[in-house]
Structure formats: C-alpha cells, structure tokens
Design a protein around this ligand. Structure first.
Ligand SMILES: Cc1cc2nc3c(=O)[nH]c(=O)nc-3n(C[C@H](O)[C@H](O)[C@H](O)COP(=O)(O)OP(=O)(O)OC[C@H]3O[C@@H](n4cnc5c(N)ncnc54)[C@H](O)[C@@H]3O)c2cc1C
Length: 440
C-alpha cells in the first residue's frame, strides 16, 4: 500500500523530535522522523523535573519511565563543603504538578520515546537528513535534498513542514546563518557513571548540585549507579588535567564534598565531555520551517530544564499549531501566526529559566535561604516569619519544577526578596559559582 506523504518531517529523534512525533501521531497528523542513529551509550539529561511528568502521562508512558528510573523527590544545593545547604522537595508543588520526578538513563528514555512514537503511528527513516538552504517568498528557508526526499518517500510537489529537532547540531540555523543570543557561560562538562559512590547525606533519589572551588558538580542517582559530573570554566578544566578522565578524577579527589563520598567508587563508563553554554536562536520559525528543543535554545543544565524544554516545546508546538486540525498547513498566514505564538512562548520560557538559574550562579539563592532561616527563628506575631519562609520555598520549588517558572508573582517575589530581605547574612559572592579557585 502506498504511504501518504508526510505532512510534517522532523529532523532528529531525540526527546524533542520523538515527543512531537508521538503527539502529532495521536492527532492523526502524518509525520516522519529522520533518525541518524547516533546515540552514544551515555548521554546527559538524566535528571528530570516534575514538569515533564504530565507529558509522560499524556503519552501513556509514565509507568514505563518509572520502571527504568529512580524516583526523584527533589534536588539539593550545597554551597561548598561548609556553606549553606538547600533541600528542595517537589512535594511542595503538590496540587500544581506531580510532586515527584525521575532520574532516568538517557539513551533508554530516548529509545522509549521513539518506540512510543512508532506505536502511535509515526514513521522513522534511519538516515541522516540532508538539507539545503533556499528562499521562500523572499525569506530564508530550508529544504530536503533530493536524496532525503526520496528516503522520506515524498512525492514531487509535497511541501511538508520541516521541524529542526537536531539538538546542538542546530542544522537549520547553521544552514541559514541564523544568529543566536548567547548567555554568559561558556564551560566544559565531564561526567561518568560510578558504582559504590556514596549518596547517603540526602533522601534516596535526591539530586545534589554542589558549588565547587571552581565550577559546580552534579550527583544524580540512577538505578544501581551514580552519575557524577563537573561543569567548569575552560581554564579550570586545563588546570585539572589534559584528558577528560584526569579532569574528572582530579576534581573528585580535590573536592572535599566528592572525595569522601567517592572514596570506594568505581567508574563503570567512559568519561563523556560536553560543552556547556547558554544560547537562544534569534528566530524560531520561518516559511516552511520551525525550531524545537535544543535546536531552538539551550538554557543551562544546573536546574535540569533541558528535557522539560524539549518536551514542553513539543507539547506547545502540537497545541498551538495542530490543535485545530492539520489543514492549517495549507494556510500559510494562519500557520505563520500559530508558529509565532509557539515561538513566543518558548522565548518566554527561556527567559524565565535564565533568570532563575542566575540566582544559583551568583549565590543569591543561598543568601536568601540564610536570611529566610534567620527570620523564621525570630519570634513574630502569627508565626509570620516562618510562614513567609514556607511561602518563598513553595515558590522557588514551583519555579524549579517547571510549574511556576514564568509566574509574574513568583518572579517578582524572588526579585524583591533577593534585593530587600538579605540583611545580616554573608554577601552572595561567598556562595557564587567561580570560574577560578580563590587564592589560598
Ligand atoms: C552538561 C549537560 C548536562 C545536562 N543535564 C541535563 C539534565 O540533567 N536534565 C535535563 O533535562 N537536561 C539536561 N541537559 C540538556 C539535555 O541533554 C538537552 O536539553 C536535550 O538532550 C535536548 O533534547 P533534543 O531532542 O532537543 O536534542 P538531542 O537530545 O540532542 O537530540 C537531537 C537528535 O538529532 C539527531 N540529529 C542531528 N542532526 C541530524 C540529522 N541531520 N539527521 C538526523 N538526525 C540528526 C542527533 O543525533 C540526536 O539524536 C544537559 C545538557 C548538558 C550539556
């Protein structure tokens, strides 16, 4: 039987591409995904926030995700070995979002999302998509090469919507020479999985982010192992060693927070390296194309918003563009308006995450935490101080969960508190993530 032409072609079978494919297939939209099958055995993106759980539920895969994951009750932030420690619990967001999330081995999650998209009817081509820059209506655009068109089984006059979900390859932006707004960070990350790395100072499943002498680290409990990563400036990386293995090993040996817990640990995977940057494409769509997931923008991994942005981006694209039927694809002006609505939402999300993560980089989150704790200890009428502290914690946890990240009230509250309610506590700079070690 001849297959109908795909109406949407997605480049990249990562979480963003597969989630969109699954959602579109649920609506009966004909979609096809190019998967270059380049999936290393180990991938970052293991720590998820509660905001992804409703998407798993919508796709009907929450139980399957749970079966291969460790349940994540929250995340803790340590300001060095002796500094303040903040323990965020997702149970704070009950009523808004599921009060938990998951730590998940990434290649397995990608495979599950791809299988689910296939089960729902999306088609996959196991090949690298080849694209070419072109013009449509006087504007920059992209088209598939004739080879890729043939692989996709496209008839001569078919013009599907092309979705760039190629992640950091940013295939469309590179081809069209689209600019991007960059954030302040330009780090390098090294990580691996360990067995017998102790993780007993917090609740099981809790992720720990620690400010190091320079840079920061993650510890993510996965089934049977711990994912340990460092994120450091390029100079600090060179100081730590010449190879990724040396750098990760030395960082663990030099950092009191990691040394003691990792004393008996065995590394059971190769050390993987990523560059860590903050970036947002200057445009999100154009005639015949749209960007999704990392290909649109990348916040920063400290608060683990990456997978959320990919899944939520796919959900928004599905809802904003396709909720009223796939015939929108034949109405260029209506389609452009719908894509514009989607792109604006993604940009708002990006801005909100960038604002939130900055409190963690500049140390103000720890300063607010100390000020709140001091206040809660002081006697006040109607238990006002500790109520205020609980209120603030609720808003911070909800923002970091993906529930209230964009809420004007939550953002205003945190801006206000970080400016006006931090007297009598050490300066934020004491807890900030530094690029270089402080002189001894
Ligand atoms: C150091 C670090 C730590 C991180 N930690 C976390 C975390 O704990 N939690 C979290 O949520 N996020 C984390 N992230 C972010 C997360 O990994 C990404 O946001 C997420 O992978 C983006 O998904 P995606 O589908 O957009 O892209 P990707 O996962 O990159 O998928 C893109 C896919 O497209 C394929 N592709 C590319 N070009 C082509 C082509 N021409 N044809 C066919 N296929 C193609 C690629 O091979 C890949 O499979 C981290 C990122 C970094 C750098």
């Amino acid at each position: 039987m001849e297959m109908p032409d795909p109406q949407v072609i997605i480049i990249g079978a990562g979480p963003a591409g597969c989630t969109l494919a699954a959602l579109l297939a649920m609506r009966g939209v004909e979609c096809l995904v190019f998967d270059d099958d380049k999936r290393p055995g180990l991938l970052v993106g293991e720590s998820l926030i509660p905001g992804v759980v409703p998407v798993f539920q919508r796709l009907g895969i929450e139980e399957r995700v749970a079966a291969m994951s460790v349940r994540k009750p929250g995340a803790s932030f340590f300001a060095g070995p002796d500094g303040p420690r903040i323990h965020f619990k997702f149970k704070n967001v009950e009523g808004h979002l599921p009060p938990y999330s998951f730590n998940t081995p990434r290649p397995e999650l990608d495979n599950l999302l791809r299988r689910r998209a296939e089960e729902l009817g999306a088609r996959f081509v196991h090949a690298r998509a080849e694209l070419e820059a072109c013009e449509r209506g006087g504007q920059s655009s992209v088209s598939l090469s004739s080879r890729s068109r043939a692989q996709a089984g496209l008839s001569t006059d078919a013009e599907p919507l092309l979705v760039d979900a190629s992640g950091r390859a940013r295939v469309f932006s590179r081809l069209m020479g689209l600019g991007a707004k960059k954030g302040g960070r330009d780090d390098v990350a090294h990580f691996a999985h360990f067995e017998d790395f102790e993780h007993d100072e917090v609740e099981p499943g809790q992720v720990i982010i620690s400010v190091l002498k320079a840079g920061w680290s993650w510890r993510i409990p996965l089934p049977g192992r711990l994912s340990v990563g460092i994120v450091v400036g390029r100079e600090r990386a060179k100081e730590l060693g010449a190879t990724p293995e040396e750098r990760l090993e030395r960082a663990i040996a030099q950092e009191p927070l990691l040394r003691e817990k990792g004393a008996r640990a065995r590394r059971v995977t190769p050390v993987m390296t990523y560059t860590n940057y903050q970036l947002l494409s200057e445009r999100g769509h154009g005639p015949g194309w749209v960007l999704l997931g990392d290909a649109f923008g990348f916040v920063d991994p400290m608060l683990s918003p990456g997978l959320f942005m990919s899944l939520e981006g796919a959900r928004l694209l599905d809802e904003r563009v396709f909720a009223r039927g796939a015939d929108i694809l034949d109405k260029p002006e209506k389609l452009a308006r719908a894509l514009d609505g989607y792109a604006r939402e993604v940009v708002r999300w990006h801005g909100a995450w960038m604002e939130l993560v900055e409190y963690f980089y500049n140390g103000r989150i720890f300063q607010m935490h100390l000020a709140g704790r001091d206040m809660a200890l002081k006697p006040a009428p109607f238990d006002l101080a500790s109520r205020m502290e609980r209120h603030t914690t609720f808003h911070l946890a909800s923002m970091a969960s993906g529930g209230m990240t964009r809420s004007a009230y939550s953002r205003g509250l945190i801006r206000f508190l970080s400016k006006h309610l931090v007297w009598g506590v050490p300066a934020a700079a004491n807890f900030a993530v530094r690029d270089a070690c402080a002189p001894a």
